[in-house]
Unconditional design. Structure first.
Length: 424
């Protein structure tokens, strides 16, 4: 076999191959061994027909195709090993010449994991910053605690701030309903600032059963392009008004919430939890910043196939999240001003996908340079943790693929820990 390799880009190569007659003889032997299992010849048991006999009973075109495929696969496998290529996908084959069973010439375009040149990963400038817990943060959590313990009572009076209402509404622009502006039986706490400014305030003073219009102007920085600064009218039907009676914050209430004796105990616990949460956020933000800096200082070519795969995954996740929020992809695209799914992918998901791929490739290279490995004990411990957390998924978690995923996750975690350690 003879071959030449041409670099098309950092992420793709072109291999030109001329197989030898010996390559084709070996490929023919392998092809016959594969095909003979289904050949039926009188006097022989199925699968036991000698190769030279089976060949006479095979369609020459079928045998020729099988030989060609075996020869291509075998030669490419050898080339990938010799050239130390890290292949990302099935090569694209272009047949140039095939004479059964003496000559074979073809070209293969191969997507590869590129060579990564790391920057100085031991002197990155990112700093770890922890947000201080403000009293407003504690008050916000405490407010949520009180709301969760509130008593609710439907009332016939006019709605006021802090009431919970149920409404139907239709948003119209130039007399036409716009996508994402319609809902039924929507629960809303007045004063929560869940809607654009002016909407909740306009409901105050109305009673259940009333229908009324709310003229508003969308903010100029609104996320949906077609609604930025737009003048609209919401046709609202107020269906229910509920008074939310929050309990008084007392030591007795604190005792009901948890193992606390006083309001101060509860407040101190909230502050501790918020501080721990801020520490975790600081850790994650610091790691993200380190990776971002390392990617910028490194040479990290991005294979298109990995970006496309990442965008496909991100799109699926986005659609799932929209479903949980009660929105359709069409509603979202209309709201954001995207022409179609391809426009959505390009404008919102591509940059994110590129950054994720670069981060993944960079960390993978760093794990090699720093010789990051996962021990059997570490794998078993994480596997046991996951089994304890998801006992009904034992069959899935016991597969080689699942254990491989766990190893990859642990390598990434240990690599990030090493990066933090080197930059402390």
């Amino acid at each position: 076999m003879k071959h030449t390799l041409k670099k098309l880009s950092d992420t793709q190569v072109l291999v030109s191959v001329a197989a030898s007659e010996q390559d084709l003889i070996e490929a023919k032997t392998a092809a016959l061994k594969h095909l003979v299992r289904d050949v039926k010849v009188p006097g022989f048991r199925k699968g036991k027909v000698p190769a030279n006999v089976a060949e006479k009973h095979l369609d020459p075109n079928v045998l020729g195709t099988e030989v060609m495929e075996h020869a291509i696969n075998a030669t490419l496998s050898e080339i990938v090993t010799v050239e130390q290529l890290r292949v990302l996908d099935q090569p694209k084959i272009e047949l140039k010449k095939f004479v059964p069973y003496t000559e074979l010439e073809f070209e293969a375009t191969i997507d590869i994991i590129p060579a990564i040149k790391l920057g100085n990963y031991k002197k990155l400038k990112a700093k770890r910053t922890v947000k201080e817990v403000e009293q407003a943060d504690v008050d916000e959590v405490m407010e949520r605690v009180l709301v969760s313990l509130s008593e609710k009572e439907e009332v016939k009076r006019a709605a006021k701030l802090d009431d919970e209402v149920v409404i139907d509404f239709v948003g119209k622009k130039d007399g036409e309903a716009f996508d994402g502006g319609t809902s039924q039986d929507y629960s809303l706490v007045l004063g929560s600032q869940s809607f654009i400014p002016g909407f909740e305030a306009a409901i105050v003073g109305h009673k259940a059963g009333e229908k009324f219009d709310v003229p508003l102007t969308f903010p100029k920085d609104y996320h949906a392009e077609q609604l930025k600064g737009a003048k609209v009218v919401f046709e609202v039907t107020l269906k229910k008004v509920t008074e939310v009676k929050k309990p008084e914050l007392t030591d007795e209430l604190a005792k009901k919430v948890g193992p606390f004796e006083t309001v101060k105990d509860l407040t101190d616990d909230i502050r501790r939890e918020l501080a721990a949460q801020n520490e975790r956020v600081a850790d994650n933000d610091y790691k993200d910043a380190l990776i971002g800096e390392l990617v910028k200082s490194s040479h990290v070519p991005v294979p298109d196939i990995l970006v496309e795969d990442q965008m496909k995954s991100s799109l699926q996740d986005a659609k799932q999240n929209l479903m949980y929020r009660g929105m359709t992809p069409d509603d979202y695209m209309a709201q954001m001003g995207y022409n179609d799914e391809a426009d959505w992918r390009e404008k919102e998901l591509r940059d994110i996908a590129v950054k994720r791929v670069q981060a993944g490739l960079t960390l993978a290279e760093l794990s090699k340079v720093e010789n990051i490995e996962v021990t059997k004990e570490e794998l078993d411990a994480r596997h046991a943790e996951m089994l304890a957390q998801y006992p009904n998924m034992k069959e899935q978690l016991d597969t080689p693929e699942a254990r491989g995923d766990i190893v990859n996750r642990l390598v990434t975690e240990k690599t990030l820990e090493r990066l933090v350690e080197l930059n402390d």
